[in-house]
Design a protein around this ligand. Structure first.
Ligand code: PLP
Ligand code: LYS
Length: 416
């Protein structure tokens, strides 16, 4: 079920009218549908029902405590990439023993804390990191569960900035070198080898790169067995794409089926790290048109949200749908660039959209639940916006709009 639908000519989040949301909480604001998140979770979980599995939601996609809490209650594990994300997950009620820790730059303090709370596994991205984890585990009298994140050199056919599984990327350990790094790990006194991991990129819309990578990982796993190294789990990362526009990403069921068939009847626990597919289409950014502006060349709709609130269009030329919340029944269709008030030409949320608009209209930027608020900033001294969660007929504020004083609370002037 699509949780964002028009009812009586007004866009709703579940049963809540988005005009009412804008009045109650102000604009801009992010609005998330709790039901949509739950639906996506169940879709993913059910698709893996026949296999022992652990779904570790990728916290970076949307790390709001309320969203982490919804997923924790559903039994999710979490994929984290920083000490900050670790504390967020614990704060939101997530279980430490369902956390995988990815990322190329884990610090001493982050590793120590993860060992102390007892995470499921470190996804190790280099030999140097492996040695560091071994040393810290030794110092505090623990054994560290690890998997190597391997780089299978597969083209994920996505935007180059979010492709991670090619030789020239900084991520993972070259898969051809992995057998020798596993051999080294097996000799380290404070390391427990538990699995293997691979994440080749984000917003993948075809299944072939996933299958290519999985086949390479399975070859490695077979080779390791001959070396006397038996794994317990295989982590296929995240990356499944969603529909923003005309993409036709594989369904969750087809994706899960394809990967399970590569693994066959092997006795491994399968781990996944989905982010976007769980939350992207569960959120919208609600914004108001401040002005309409016409130049000899163009029509602009200047809105109260900007690239600091949602950077994906500026950063990746990403396309996200723009829906009028209470569309006009009549008026003139114009082709608008939807732009923010920030002093950058790259400050656009959408380009060339055919809309009937007036100043004061409310718009919903769709598919904004993933990598939206999480990537927002205070550029141009703009307070980060409020976040609202909707469930059925109810809405709650899950993050207050920042106040200006918050923005300089940590600063001081140097009176000289
Ligand atoms: C290691 C890792 N796991 C999981 C994800 C989640 O990816 P996605 O949101 O595309 O599912 C990412 C981001 O691409 C990542 O870097
Ligand atoms: N931030 C990216 C996804 C990056 C995934 C991080 N590994 C996006 O908005 O599409």
């Amino acid at each position: 079920m699509d949780c964002f639908q028009y009812k009586n000519g007004v866009l709703h989040a579940e049963d809540v009218n988005l005009v009412d949301i804008a009045q109650q909480y102000g604009t801009p604001c992010y609005v998330y549908s709790r039901t949509a998140i739950e639906q996506q979770w169940h879709l993913f979980n059910n698709a893996l029902a026949n296999y022992p599995h652990l779904i570790c939601y990728a916290v970076k996609a949307n790390s709001s405590l309320a969203i982490l809490n919804v997923l924790a209650q559903l039994g999710a594990g979490f994929d984290i990439v920083s000490g900050g994300e670790l504390e967020r997950v614990l704060q939101a009620g997530g279980q430490a023993n369902k956390i995988v820790f990815s990322g190329v730059g884990k610090t001493v303090a982050e590793i120590r804390r993860a060992l102390e709370v007892g995470i499921f596994c470190f996804n190790v991205e280099s030999e140097a990191e492996l040695l560091r984890i071994n040393e810290i585990a030794g110092q505090i009298g623990k054994r560290a569960p690890i998997s190597l994140r391997v780089n299978p050199d597969v083209d994920a056919q996505t935007h180059p900035y979010i492709s991670t599984g090619m030789k020239q990327n900084k991520f993972g350990i070259d898969i051809t070198l992995a057998p020798q790094v596993y051999a080294m790990a097996a000799q380290l006194p404070h390391i427990d080898i538990t699995g293997v991991d691979c994440h080749i990129g984000s917003q993948l819309t075809t299944i072939t790169p996933f299958i290519d990578a999985a086949q390479r990982v399975m070859q490695l796993v077979e080779g390791l067995k001959q070396q006397g190294i038996t794994l317990k789990h295989i982590d296929f990362g995240g990356g499944l794409g969603v529909q923003y526009n005309a993409e036709t990403p594989p369904s969750v069921a087809d994706y899960a089926q394809a990967l399970q068939s590569v693994v066959g009847n092997s006795p491994y626990q399968l781990v996944f790290e989905p982010g976007r597919v769980i939350v992207a289409n569960a959120g919208v950014l609600v914004t108001k048109v401040e002005y309409l502006k016409q130049t000899p060349d163009k029509h602009f709709a200047i809105i109260d949200a900007a690239m600091n609130d949602l950077i994906r269009p500026a950063l990746y030329s990403a396309w996200q749908a723009v829906s009028p919340i209470a569309p006009h029944q009549q008026g003139t269709l114009q082709t608008y660039d939807i732009v923010g008030p920030i002093c950058e030409t790259g400050d656009f949320l959408a380009k060339d959209r055919e809309l009937i608009l007036q100043a004061g209209d409310l718009l919903a930027i769709r598919s904004a639940g993933a990598y939206g608020f999480a990537m927002s900033s205070n550029y141009n001294t703009r307070p980060r916006v409020a976040e609202i969660m909707v469930y059925g007929r109810e809405s709650r504020i899950i993050r207050q709009r920042e106040m200006l004083a918050d923005l300089w609370a940590l600063e001081s002037v140097w009176a000289y």
